[in-house]
Ligand binder design. Structure first.
Ligand code: MG
Length: 448
């Protein structure tokens, strides 16, 4: 049998609590809920970083972003004047799958370098359609000056017009629209995905569909605008859900549903600084930009009818694990010339076996802030973001939480479990001894 088609649907800044199947009381996501019911809903699934650029680098390389130089203490993400991007020496999931003759597409937000040498086509993708960085970037200077800065522009819904965000839309290496018409961008990403599936139905394909919403500024097309009782944020999430439904339907119509694995997840937690315009991390603490659970634990669903054992999985998984898992499914050996942070999830997906991932490293930039080991998580450093959740604090002794008992990280139990802290400290020691940080790719901007 030929290897399965592989699709990742990646939402941007969608919180752990933003789908109905993950507990949202008013956002309606019937297609994702059905996908969860037919497949697996993962309740302890994480990203490699709490903001866009490093999180995407982690997913596509199966490595902590510090290794590729895609995390930085100077700039947390790439900007339109950034000079660099994902180094060509990194092996992306797309390049890996090319070894098994997959046809590959990146549809949506890239954010791993907007200069041609860093774009998806130069990183193993056969096709690209999307925006090269975030949808809140390229605000005209005159508007920034008039309103008094970035936050003043984006926080005021009156400025939510496409001309205020001069983000380019690219097809392959060519700019085809500027500003990208964001009103219908989610719908267009879905349509590009459907076309790609139909065109490549006879050979294995890999689609990385990275929606640039519900990252602010929020836009929805006429189909969903004004429909959700959650307001505009709900409209946006429901439009993504509608697209998921169309993708699953097309796979069925093309007779591909029994040979396609679809994964749905998000790049980081909700952007709480935007209040009602941002999402919700549900019962988890904090959100985007932070190493509390709400920043890095994301709603995740695996769907592969008749192959995946349906159910709820509470074992630990990471977007970085998709590299190993997909390589296994495609029959491609892992690269042996570099350290990966990737585990094979197929025992959990297909055989109901126990997970193999025990540990998680929560980095902010290139600094290790927290570590999860089994049920326990120790915070060595805590820091809020965007004016919320407090300043940077070195926690000595570290804060300790049992995430299975206390997913909201409310009750510090460090005093009760000194032996757990010692064990985690040993894990940190080994991890840091072996860490070889890549050269910072995010630091250089503009005329620097
Ligand atoms: Mg994001």
């Amino acid at each position: 049998m030929s290897p399965p088609n592989l699709i990742i649907i990646f939402a941007d800044d969608l919180g752990y609590g933003d789908l109905s199947s993950f507990g949202h009381p008013t956002i309606k996501t019937p297609n994702l809920d059905r996908m969860a019911k037919e497949g697996q809903k993962w309740t302890n699934f994480y990203v490699g970083a709490s903001v866009c650029t490093p999180s995407r680098a982690a997913l596509l390389t199966g490595r902590l972003p510090i290794r590729s130089g895609m995390s930085s203490n100077k700039n947390r993400v790439l900007f339109p004047d950034s000079k660099h991007g994902l180094p060509s020496s990194e092996i992306t999931l797309a390049e890996q799958l090319k070894n098994a003759d997959y046809t590959t597409a990146c549809i949506g937000k890239w954010h791993l370098g907007h200069k041609e040498e860093y774009l998806p086509l130069q990183h193993g993708f056969d096709y690209y359609f999307g925006i090269p960085y975030s949808n809140d970037m390229d605000i005209p200077q005159a508007l920034l000056t008039e309103k008094g800065g970035y936050w003043e522009v984006v926080r005021d819904p009156k400025n939510n017009r496409i001309e205020n965000f001069q983000v380019p839309l690219l097809q392959n290496n060519t700019e085809i629209e500027r500003p990208a018409n964001q009103n219908n961008i989610t719908k267009r990403y879905t349509e590009e995905t459907l076309k790609f599936i139909q065109k490549n139905r006879d050979k294995p394909f890999f689609i990385y569909l990275a929606h640039n919403l519900p990252h602010i500024p929020l836009f929805a097309s006429e189909e969903t605008l004004g429909k959700s009782s959650r307001g505009l944020y709900g409209d946006v999430v429901e439009e993504i859900d509608l697209g998921v439904g169309r993708i699953l339907q097309t796979l069925k119509e093309e007779g591909l549903d029994k040979n396609t694995l679809v994964v749905f997840t998000s790049d980081n937690g909700p952007w709480l600084a935007f209040n009602e315009q941002g999402g919700s991390s549900g019962l988890l603490k904090a959100g985007k930009g932070m190493t509390w659970e709400g920043g890095m634990r994301v709603p995740t669903i695996f769907w592969y009818p008749e192959k995946i054992i349906p159910g709820v999985v509470d074992q630990i998984g990471s977007t970085m694990d998709l590299f190993h898992t997909f390589s296994n499914l495609a029959g491609v050996p892992l690269p042996n010339d570099r350290i990966l942070d990737s585990y094979d999830l197929t025992p959990l997906l297909f055989h109901k076996q126990k997970g193999v991932r025990e540990e998680l490293f929560y980095y902010r930039g290139t600094e290790l802030y927290a570590v999860r080991l089994g049920d326990f998580k120790a915070h060595f450093i805590t820091q809020g973001e965007y004016g919320q959740f407090g300043p940077k604090v070195i926690q000595n002794p570290p804060l300790l939480y049992n995430l299975n008992h206390d997913p909201s990280e409310q009750y510090d139990i460090a005093e009760k479990y000194p032996e757990v802290i010692e064990k985690i400290k040993k894990v940190v020691e080994v991890h840091q001894d072996q860490m070889l940080a890549g050269e910072d790719q995010l630091k250089s901007r503009g005329s620097e």
